[in-house]
Every structure is written in C-alpha cells, then in structure tokens.
Ligand binder design. Sequence first.
Ligand SMILES: [Zn+2]
Length: 272
Amino acid sequence: MTERHSRQSFLGADSERILRDAIVGIAGLGGGGSHIVQQLSHIGIGTLVPVDPDHVEDSNLNRLVGATDADVAAGTPKAVVAERVTKAINPKAQIIPVIGRWQEAHLELRRCTCVFGCVDSWTEREQLERFARRFLIPYIDIGMDVHAIEESEFSISGQIFLSMPGQPCLRCAGILTDDLLAEEAQRYGAAGGKPQVIWPNGLLASAAIGLFMQLVTPWHPHHRNFAYLEYDGDNQSLQQSPLTELIRRKPCEHFAADELGEPLFEDIAPAG
Ligand SMILES: [Zn+2]
C-alpha cells in the first residue's frame, strides 16, 4: 500500500491493486458525472473513460467540478475537463476521454469494470442499462429532479440505482417507465434544460461511489447485487427505497438471458 492510499487501507490489502486495475466508464460529465470523475481520481482508479459530447457553457459553472470561467470562454469539451481533473490528481491514471456520445465509445465502455450513468434523458438511461446488461457490466445510475409543488415552492429529489445483470432493473423499480419515454419522445428526445444544483449532484455521486466501492473492494462483507437509494432533498436524507424488498423478490422480466454479447455475432456465426 502506497503512502497516498494509506488512509484507505481498511478497504483491504489488495484494494489498491484492485482499484488500479479497474476501468471505469462515466457517461455524462455534468453535475453528477464531474463529481464521480473527481472522486474516482482520488480513490486511485487506474483507467477512466469519461464520455460527453458537450462543451463547457456558462450555465454549467454552478455545478461542474473542475470547470473554470476560462473553459467557458474557450469552449473546452467536458471530457477534456475530466481528463485535466484526473491528471492533476493522479498523473499515473490512464484516461480515455471521449468527446462524443457514449454510443460512440461502446468499444471502450464494454471493457469497463463498472459504468456510471449520469445522463439527463430517459432514453439514454434506458439504452445505457441495456448496453451494460448485454456485456454483463454493473451499471450505477444517478438522477435528480426538481419538482414545482406550488408556484414558488420547489422540491428536490433523486435516486441512485445499482443495476446488475440478472437482478432488478430500472424498470423493475419503476424509475424508468414507458410513459416517461413517450413523454420525452414527444419533446423530441430532449431532456431540456432541467434544473440542476451542485449539492444533490455531489451527494448522489458520493453515494454512487460508495456502492461502487462495496462492489469492487473486499471492504464490505455484504456484497450488494442491487441497490435502490432515494434522496429527499427537502429533508436532506438518503435512504434505501421502501420498494427494495418488494423488487428484490420479483425476478426481472425486462432482459432476456439470451440478449448477451455482441449482437452482430449471431448474424455472422455459422448456422447450426
Ligand atoms: Zn427489470
């Protein structure tokens, strides 16, 4: 164990090597994803694949960790900001920044130990989970929302979901529904400029990192194969969803066991 990670040695004698060997994908580098990148860099992840097609804009600076005023003027890609943040913390880390949609990075992402989904749109999340299931990759989804209760009263909520192959999925939990997808499609697939603020982003990202650490290091004796945490931004509380036990008992019917691996392979494999 190096001096750098001596304060996290309780994670297990092998934890430093495990984290150095890990390849972690981050789809979406806004408020949530930028926190994830920062924490993964401190933790000592060996390879990061930060993916986002967008460039830094003025409206991002209320929450985008690592982005500066100069990035707004220069139009720096968010993936380049992520690369800079990681390199400044851990120059030994390998970074594969992708300035593009995550679908363009599918070859890099399918090598990942885990993929974090920090995207706004429901369609993207649906596709990301499907992709992760196909390649048997743990997928951790985070999302926050601001709801108007009355004209000048707003409520913040959010959730973190750990989706593992063979386990309950975003649809099982009711986080993703056909209604949400249809409603989004009517708005031409755009999630729009949803309200986003830094403190729920950071809280959700931190808890997502906690789930990841439980998954990959020997630290935690109870390896979770599924988690659904709900954030109540009015009471500042984060807790296991009351639906957890109910969902756990019901087998997922949304992903077929034979929908695995390279989809084109079936077309090129010899018949019989
Ligand atoms: Zn399901």
